[in-house]
Ligand binder design. Structure first.
Ligand code: FAD
Length: 313
């Protein structure tokens, strides 16, 4: 395995097992040389990256009793709203929502653009941490975190995490601040914003190597669920395993933790169903590539683990 360290110096290490928890598209198409890819670029043409997000982190003067710690603002018309996000992400033109932002009916949304530019969902999540913990915002102010679903796409717009935000992201955030103010009864919300940071799909792609800037992991469509989602092991590189939201079982923190359990079970040749019993990490034997039982050689016991068990697909 070769890589560049934080200073840019090349380094290498022989490894019997490598677990990549980075986005699977990045692992397969950027980290592996062409001849060793189980999923080369062409296999991704029909895959669905799921949703992207625009995020807003806002400091607001005064109190916001109209908002709970968690507030979901739902779109008034779900069908075009969802269609806009998913048809733009997959390039499917068969949906009326792909030509315009769901909010455009009332003038708050964007008119949309090619490949889903400017399209966003009016079903947004608003978190007000200062509702529960006054220590997270200066006295007399509140803080908000807003999650706005948008289509995942390559070269998506960026926010203000690393520099000036792209106009597209800032327009979407402006529209959603107006939406929250209108739906929650805070008409002066926009004027009360005193601190603002944003992020967009371009940040997810640029900072985290997320395919098409997806925010959660590959969509749970039928063809990308359960056994159809793929295997957590490379077919081309022995000992290369995958973990995280882009492999099995799927998206979200609980699923990602299960993907890590699946890696441990594969290394042990454990084909049982159900979770690992609590406290067993490192306590049981692993199987080597031929399936022979051996002593645990994981991190806990100071050695490098054995190759994945052959029978644990
Ligand atoms: C705003 C937001 C809110 C969410 N809320 C929830 C929620 O409430 N509940 C829930 O269950 N899920 C939630 N999710 C989804 C959940 O966070 C993800 O599904 C999960 O974090 C994915 O975990 P992961 O380990 O696969 O990927 P990540 O957490 O993205 O980790 C992958 C890591 O790989 C690194 N990496 C990439 N390329 C390389 C490389 N070449 N070398 C080394 N490292 C690399 C990246 O920098 C990153 O740190 C949310 C997601 C977002 C964006």
């Amino acid at each position: 395995m070769t890589w560049r360290d934080g200073e840019g110096a090349a380094a290498s290490l022989p490894a019997g097992v490598v677990v990549s928890a980075a986005d699977l598209h990045h692992t397969e198409t950027a980290l592996l040389p062409a001849g060793l890819r189980t999923r080369p670029e062409w296999t991704w043409r029909r895959r669905n990256p799921g949703i992207g997000t625009v995020l807003a982190y806002l400091g607001v003067s005064g109190e916001l009793p109209q908002l709970a710690h968690h507030t979901m603002v739902f779109s008034e018309d779900w069908a075009p709203d969802f269609r806009a996000i998913f048809s733009a992400a997959t390039g499917d033109s068969g949906g009326s929502g792909s030509s315009g932002g769901p909010g455009s009916s009332d003038g708050t949304g964007s008119s949309g653009g090619p490949g889903g530019a400017g399209v966003y969902s009016e079903s947004v999540y608003v978190c007000r941490p200062s509702a529960s913990d006054p220590g997270v915002a200066p006295e007399g102010t509140e803080n908000l975190f807003v999650l706005i679903p948008v289509p995942a796409r390559s070269d998506g717009a960026r926010g203000t995490v690393d520099g000036p935000g792209d106009a597209e992201v800032e327009r979407i955030v402006d529209g959603v601040i107006e939406l929250i103010g209108r739906r929650a009864g805070i008409p002066d919300l926009a004027e009360r914003v005193i601190a603002r940071r944003t992020a967009g799909p371009g940040d997810f792609e640029g900072r985290y190597n997320a395919w098409r800037g997806n925010a959660l992991g590959l969509a749970h469509t039928l063809a990308q669920s359960a056994f159809l989602r793929g295997s957590n092991a490379s077919r081309r590189v022995e000992g290369l395993l995958y973990a995280g939201s882009t492999t099995t079982p799927g998206v979200g923190l609980p699923m990602c933790l299960i993907s890590a359990e699946n890696v441990v079970k594969r290394l042990r040749g454990d084909t049982s169903v159900g979770p690992l019993p609590a406290g067993t990490l490192g306590a049981r034997g692993t199987r080597d590539a031929r399936g022979a039982e051996g002593p645990a050689r994981g991190r806990e016991s100071g050695g490098s683990p054995g190759a994945p068990g052959a029978g644990s697909r």
